[in-house]
Design a protein around this ligand. Structure first.
Ligand code: NAD
Length: 498
C-alpha cells in the first residue's frame, strides 16, 4: 500500500503519526493509498524550516524568484498529463476536466512570473522640500494554505505560486481525500530550483488545521472549503492575530430570460451543473427560468440531455462526468434527492440507483434534475455538491434577482439573455462576487481575482491575481529626506508641506 509522504525542508518523508486514513479511488471504490495525519511536532519542524529559509528567499531579487517560477511553469506544462492522472485517480473527475484544472493552476504560476512588475511600488518625489516618499510591498514571512478536495492541484496553485513569488515561505495542508497531485507539483517546483524549506507540505485533518491556525510563526492563512469550516478558520485564525482569507461554499443561480437562446442555455447548464459531477464551487446548481413558457421549454430541453449524460471512470475517454469523491459524499447526495422528493419538488430525472457495469463499487450518482423547487426546501438551501440541478421558476426578472438576494451564499451567478439592458442591470445590481453574462461559470482569469460575497468569503481579500499579491504582502511606506547638510539646524514644529 502506497503511503503518502510529507514534504519538508526539501525532503519527502513518511510521518511518524499512528493516526492514518485511507485514500480511495472513487471510480472503483478501492483503497489506493494510506495517508498519515501528521503530528503537531512535524508541523513545528516544517514551520521552523520555512522560517529559516524565508529570510534569504525574501531578500532574493524578485527577478531571480521569477526565474524559478518560469522553470516551474515549463515543468508543469511538460507533466500536466501526469498531474491530471493523479487528480483523477483520487478525485474521480474525467481526464479532460483534470487537464483543465491543471491549466488553470498553471495560469496562476504564469501570473506569478510577473512578480518584479507586480511588486513595483509607488514613488512620489518632493512630497515636501527635498522629501520623497515611496511605498513598497514586503513579504509576510511564513504563510499557510488549507485546501479542499475538489481542485487538489489548482486551488493550492491559487495560493503558493503568488505567496512564494512575493518572497514568503509556504506550508500547504492539502485535502486528506486527494493528497497526491500537490506532491507531484512539489517535486517539479524543487526540480525548478526552489530553495529547500520554501514550499512544505504537511498532511492532516482538523488537528493540523488547528495547529496551523494557532501557530505563532505563521503570519497568514488562505483557506478554501465549505462555509462552516471557512467561518471557523477565519474566526480562530484572526483571533490568533493572523491575516486570513477563507473562501466558502456556494449555491450559484443562473437566470434564463425569455429571450435567451434556450439551446445555448441548456448546453451551458449541462456543463456547469454536471461537469465534475457538480463538485465545483462555481457549479450552477439552480436554474431560474423567467416565465412559464421559458421554464417548460428549458426543462423539456434539459431532460433528455440529463438522461443521456455519459458517466464513467476517468479512463473512459467518452465519459462526461465521473464518480463523486467518497462513498460518504455519495450517500449524502442521495439523501438530498430523497429529501427533495419528500418536500414536494418534481423529480424529472432521478440519478439514484445508477450503477456502472464493471465498476459496481464506484461512487457514481446519475445526473438528477428537479423542477418546481421552492426556497424553503433543503435541496435549494444547502450546497449539495453533486450532479443535482434544481429549477426554481420565477415570473419576472425582479423576482429572479430577489431570489438570488435571499440566499446566504453569493459566490457566482449568471444570466442568459440577448437583452443588453437586462444584462447590464443584472451585473450592476446583483449582490454576488462573480457574475457571468451568457457565461455559465465566470471563474476569473488568473490576472483578475476570485472571490464571492456574503457567506461565500470571510476576510477582506479575494484570492489570486492582484488581490493575492496584496494578501501575501504588507505595505511599507518610506519617507526620505537627504538634507543638503545640517546648516539649517533642528526643526521642532510638526512636519507639514511648506
Ligand atoms: P471541507 O470544508 O470539508 O474541507 C476543506 C479543508 O478543511 C480540508 O483541508 C479539510 O481537511 C479541512 N477541514 C475539514 N473539516 C475541518 C474541521 N472540522 N476543522 C478544521 N478543518 C477542517 O471542504 P471540501 O469538502 O474538501 O470541499 C468542498 C467545499 O469547498 C464546498 O463547500 C465548495 O463550495 C468549497 N469550495 C469553495 C471554493 C471557493 O473558491 N469559494 C473553491 C473550491 C471549493
Amino acid at each position: 500500500m502506497q503511503i503518502i509522504e510529507n514534504a519538508v525542508a526539501g525532503k519527502r518523508y513518511v510521518s511518524s503519526s499512528t493516526r492514518r486514513v485511507p485514500v480511495f479511488n472513487p471510480a472503483t471504490g478501492e483503497q489506493s493509498a494510506e495517508l498519515p495525519l501528521s503530528t503537531l511536532s512535524e508541523l513545528d519542524a516544517a514551520v521552523a524550516s520555512a522560517k529559516k529559509a524565508q529570510v534569504a528567499w525574501g531578500h532574493t531579487p524578485p527577478m531571480k524568484r521569477a526565474r524559478v517560477l518560469f522553470k516551474f511553469k515549463a515543468l508543469l506544462d511538460q507533466y500536466a498529463d501526469d498531474i491530471a492522472r493523479e487528480i483523477s485517480k483520487e478525485h474521480g473527475k474525467v481526464h479532460d476536466d483534470a487537464l483543465g484544472e491543471v491549466a488553470r493552476g498553471i495560469d496562476c504560476v504564469d501570473f506569478a512570473c510577473g512578480i518584479p512588475h507586480l511588486l513595483k511600488g509607488e514613488f512620489s518625489r518632493n512630497v515636501g522640500p527635498n522629501i520623497d516618499t515611496y511605498s513598497d510591498r514586503q513579504p509576510l514571512g511564513v504563510v499557510a494554505g488549507i485546501t479542499p478536495f475538489n481542485f487538489p492541484a489548482m486551488v493550492p496553485m491559487w495560493m503558493y505560486p503568488a505567496a512564494i513569488a512575493c518572497g514568503n515561505a509556504f506550508i500547504l495542508k492539502p485535502s486528506e481525500r486527494d493528497p497526491s497531485a500537490p506532491m507531484l507539483a512539489w517535486n517539479l517546483f524543487m526540480e525548478a530550483g526552489l530553495p529547500e524549506g520554501i514550499l512544505n507540505i504537511v498532511h492532516g485533518d482538523k488537528e493540523m488545521v488547528d495547529g496551523i491556525l494557532d501557530h505563532p510563526d505563521i503570519a497568514a492563512v488562505s483557506f478554501v472549503g465549505s462555509t462552516p469550516i471557512a467561518e471557523y478558520v477565519y474566526q480562530r485564525g484572526t483571533r490568533a492575530g493572523k491575516r486570513v482569507q477563507a473562501l466558502g461554499g456556494a449555491k450559484n443561480h443562473m437566470i434564463i430570460m425569455p429571450d435567451a437562446d434556450l439551446d445555448q442555455a441548456a448546453d451551458a447548464l449541462m456543463g456547469a451543473g454536471y461537469g465534475s459531477a457538480g463538485e465545483r464551487c462555481m457549479a450552477i446548481s439552480v436554474a431560474v427560468p423567467v416565465g412559464k413558457d421559458t421554464a417548460d421549454a428549458l426543462v423539456a430541453k434539459l431532460k433528455p440531455r440529463v438522461e443521456s449524460l455519459k458517466i464513467g471512470p476517468a479512463t473512459d475517454k467518452d465519459a462526461e462526468m465521473g464518480p463523486v469523491v467518497t462513498k460518504m459524499h455519495r450517500d449524502k447526495i442521495l439523501s438530498y434527492i430523497d429529501k427533495g422528493e419528500e418536500q414536494g419538488a418534481k423529480l424529472v430525472v432521478d440519478g439514484r440507483g445508477f450503477t456502472l457495469q464493471g465498476y459496481e463499487n464506484g461512487y457514481y450518482v446519475g445526473g438528477t434534475l428537479f423542477d418546481n423547487v421552492e426556497p424553503h426546501m433543503d435541496i435549494y438551501r444547502d450546497e449539495i455538491f453533486g450532479p443535482v440541478l434544481s429549477v426554481v421558476r420565477r415570473d419576472s426578472f425582479k423576482d429572479a434577482v430577489d431570489l438570488i438576494h435571499g440566499h446566504e451564499y453569493a459566490n457566482g451567478t449568471a444570466i442568459f439573455t440577448r437583452d443588453g439592458d437586462a444584462a447590464r442591470d443584472f451585473a450592476d445590481r446583483i449582490e454576488v462576487g462573480m457574475v457571468g453574462i451568457n457565461v455559465p461559470i465566470p471563474v476569473p482569469v488568473a490576472y483578475h481575482s476570485f472571490g464571492g460575497w456574503k457567506r461565500s468569503l470571510f476576510g477582506d481579500h479575494s484570492i489570486y491575481g492582484p488581490e493575492g499579491i496584496h494578501f501575501y504582502t504588507r505595505l511599507k511606506t518610506v519617507t526620505t529626506r537627504w538634507p543638503a547638510g545640517i546648516k539649517g539646524g533642528a526643526e521642532f514644529s510638526f512636519p507639514s508641506v511648506k
